[in-house]
Design a protein around this ligand. Structure first.
Ligand SMILES: NC(=O)c1ccc[n+]([C@@H]2O[C@H](COP(=O)([O-])OP(=O)(O)OC[C@H]3O[C@@H](n4cnc5c(N)ncnc54)[C@H](OP(=O)(O)O)[C@@H]3O)[C@@H](O)[C@H]2O)c1
Length: 255
């Protein structure tokens, strides 16, 4: 397995040599939209599945390498048709479960996995596991053990009590399905673990890497911009699509 070092990000510049087919849930979100813009600028083909097309900037909605499909996350057949048409090299989940009914992340993931299963059931030959990249949060999965110290634990407890308990429960539901799909050889998952998100511009100075390398740089009150997360997700997707092993858990923060 590749071990990323917790070092500064290398810039992504220019048009990629190998345009990919990317499938994105959450394109109208504050991370999904910068990701979409960056992916198109890199020369990739992107299929987005959104519930409200008017939330995409008009100039982007007509981009020649963008396919927009509208539907709700629970409409598994619609997602399946969209995934089949895209035959994606990498799939992305940039949804948020912070609003009622607090199930967007797990529902979108469930039906994305349903669609990939359907796609692989009719594939010729031996279909490989699809890279699957989704945004979680520092403290989830194996990183719960890294939330140490009185202040950090208090901060997380207060945040969970006030607004985080339902999104957190939905992430846990997602993770169970993601693990099962990984074990079944359906996907190669990468879960991104940021601290607090900001609307600032993308930087080339963010730190990213496997949690055990990043734990001393991370903190529950650290920040990182959504645009920098988009940059990291694009870079990891390109690496995974080229066959490179990408870690299942990748933390990101500003220095
Ligand atoms: N806020 C933080 O500091 C923080 C920290 C760590 C991790 N995170 C996580 O980072 C992820 C990305 O966050 P973000 O701020 O970029 O998200 P965001 O701007 O709130 O975008 C959420 C996306 O999910 C879609 N969505 C939400 N509920 C939906 C539903 N019921 N049906 C269909 N689509 C739905 C939204 O679609 P519409 O545009 O149609 O509503 C939008 O595209 C989230 O999972 C969040 O929990 C956040």
């Amino acid at each position: 397995m590749t071990h990323f070092s917790a070092t500064a990000a290398e810039p992504l510049t220019g048009i990629t040599a190998a345009p990919l087919s990317l499938f994105l849930l959450g394109a109208t979100g504050r991370t999904g939209l910068p990701f979409l813009l960056q992916a198109l600028a890199r020369g990739h083909f992107v299929t987005v599945y959104v519930r409200t097309i008017s939330k995409l900037p008009a100039a982007i909605a007509v981009h020649p390498r963008l396919r927009v499909v509208t539907g709700e996350l629970h409409e598994a057949d619609k997602i399946t048709l969209a995934v089949r048409a895209a035959t994606p090299d990498v799939v992305y989940v940039m949804l948020a479960s912070e609003r009622a009914p607090h199930t967007a992340v797990s529902t979108g993931t469930h039906n994305m996995l349903f669609a990939l299963r359907a796609l692989k059931a009719t594939a010729t030959g031996e279909p490989g596991a699809t890279p699957f990249i989704s945004i979680a949060a520092w403290g989830l999965g194996p990183t719960g053990a890294y939330i140490t110290g009185l202040f950090s634990r208090l901060f997380v407890n207060v945040a969970t009590t006030l607004f985080w308990s339902k999104p957190l429960a939905d992430f846990e539901t997602q993770l169970v399905e993601v693990e099962a799909a990984k074990d079944a050889g359906l996907i190669r998952p990468t879960l991104i673990l940021p601290p607090i998100l900001t609307e600032r511009a993308k930087t080339n100075s963010y730190l990213s890497g496997e949690p055990h390398l990043m734990k001393d740089a991370m903190g529950v009150t650290n920040f990182v911009s959504r645009a920098s997360i988009a940059d990291l997700c694009l870079k990891l997707g390109e690496r995974a699509a080229s066959g490179e092993a990408v870690p299942q858990w990748v933390a990101i923060t500003n220095p």
